[in-house]
Design a protein around this ligand. Structure first.
Ligand code: F3S
Length: 391
């Protein structure tokens, strides 16, 4: 892999251990994927911020990096942490809050913006065609497919290294030829709600492996529904983007598959594992809610109240929570908690006694049985609200 003189000096350690280790991570990754050089990035987004998922050894590494002078060279944002200060911190063992605060301190010292969201594109939308180094698979698929910026699916360490160096190896979908669709997906009927968009993603992720699809007949889809599709697609597969079918693609000869109504129905059903009829937690906001979704929830709740004893969270970033203030007030008046900077999957729901999670997110329904040791009820927002408000 070609390195400029400056990059070589970093690699040899002239700018200190922290920069050297980050450069070594990028070069090793580049060699593995046969990259020819490093390219500048506009931003980096780092996952592995939640102490629940990190644990102690990676936290020690972050501390060492921060104390050895690692500083970001580009705009760099962070994924959700494992709790929020307002609601969950006091419900969880205090040692955990302390550990999480330590992780945030180290990132802060390195210059990361405390965005704490899996939807960093709501804070600042990347430019179409710009190169990024983002971890967080749902954001990767959304930014490649809906926004049109270019990023591979980075792991936490490689996104961190890219933030410190300001560059990433030019492989994968940083190259135009690797962004071409390989499979045309025909939908046999229009999708009805966000749950069906998620189910489509779960199904295709398993089926496609790493082949980029172009999906026919989704022109009517909202950005929020495409967010659900992308998050689910990345949960079960290695695909980092999808296309919505265009005339240019139509003309090309590629593999074709049909999605029958029955495939969607079976996938939706498979994402509900609960043996009980009532959830311990209703969770909306995976990926983190947009302003539009918060407004929609507030409108649907109206003046009604959440049933006594029902735990109901809507998760988003503190940035959107602040922007959506009047809707947030309305939602919280109902007894629902608008929880910022974290989500049900990356917090310790098991320590809160939650054994069954109801959600409209296919990604959460997919991960909760393993990451939360919880059973799932997978249903559209309107049904989740019905259970929250009517029992
Ligand atoms: Fe975001 Fe948590 Fe879902 S980090 S994508 S809300 S699992």
């Amino acid at each position: 892999m070609y390195l400029t003189k400056e990059e070589e000096r970093t690699y040899e350690g002239e700018y200190g251990w922290a920069n050297q280790i980050c450069m070594k991570i990028l070069v090793r990754l580049g060699e593995l994927f046969k990259a020819t050089k490093l390219i500048p990035i506009s931003s980096a987004h780092v996952s592995g911020v939640s102490y629940k998922l990190l644990g102690d050894a990676p936290t020690d590494f972050l501390e060492e990096l921060a104390n050895s002078g690692a500083r970001v060279k580009v705009k760099a944002t962070l994924n959700p942490q494992s709790l929020d200060q307002e609601y969950l911190c006091e419900k969880l063992p205090s040692g955990l809050c302390k550990k999480q605060s330590g992780v945030l301190e180290y990132f802060k010292k390195m210059g990361f913006a405390q965005s704490l969201t899996c939807t960093p594109y709501y804070l600042e939308t990347p430019k179409r065609g710009s190169h990024l180094a983002w971890a967080e698979s749902s954001a990767v698929v959304y930014t490649n497919s809906v926004i049109g910026a270019w990023t591979n699916r980075e792991g936490g360490p490689s996104a961190l290294a890219a933030a410190i160096i300001g560059k990433t190896p030019n492989h994968g979908i940083h190259k135009a030829e690797n962004r071409q669709p390989k499979v045309l997906v025909k939908l046999e009927r229009q999708l009805q709600n966000e749950v069906e968009f998620g189910a489509l993603g779960i199904y295709l992720g398993k089926f496609l492996e790493d082949k980029i699809p172009t999906i026919q007949g989704l022109q009517y889809a909202s950005k929020d529904n495409l967010k659900q599709l992308g998050a689910a697609l990345a949960s079960t597969g290695m695909v980092n983007m999808f296309h919505l079918e265009s005339a240019a693609v139509k003309a090309r000869e590629i593999e074709k598959i049909s999605m029958e109504a029955e495939d969607i129905k079976c996938t939706v059903e498979s994402l509900s594992t609960a043996s009980k009829s009532k959830p311990d937690l209703i969770f909306i906001g995976c990926p983190h809610c947009s302003l539009n979704e918060i407004k929609q929830i507030a409108d649907l709740i109206g003046n009604r109240k959440v049933k006594k004893g029902m735990e109901f969270w809507v998760c988003t970033s503190h940035y959107i929570k602040e922007k959506a203030k009047k809707y947030v007030e309305k939602i919280e008046k109902s007894g629902c908690h608008v929880v910022a900077d974290t989500c049900a999957v990356v917090t310790w729901t098991d320590k809160l006694g939650i054994k069954t999670i109801m959600t409209n997110s296919a990604k959460t329904a997919h991960y909760a049985p393993t990451l939360n040791k919880a059973e799932t009820m997978f249903a559209p927002l309107k049904e989740c609200l019905k259970v929250a408000l009517e029992g």
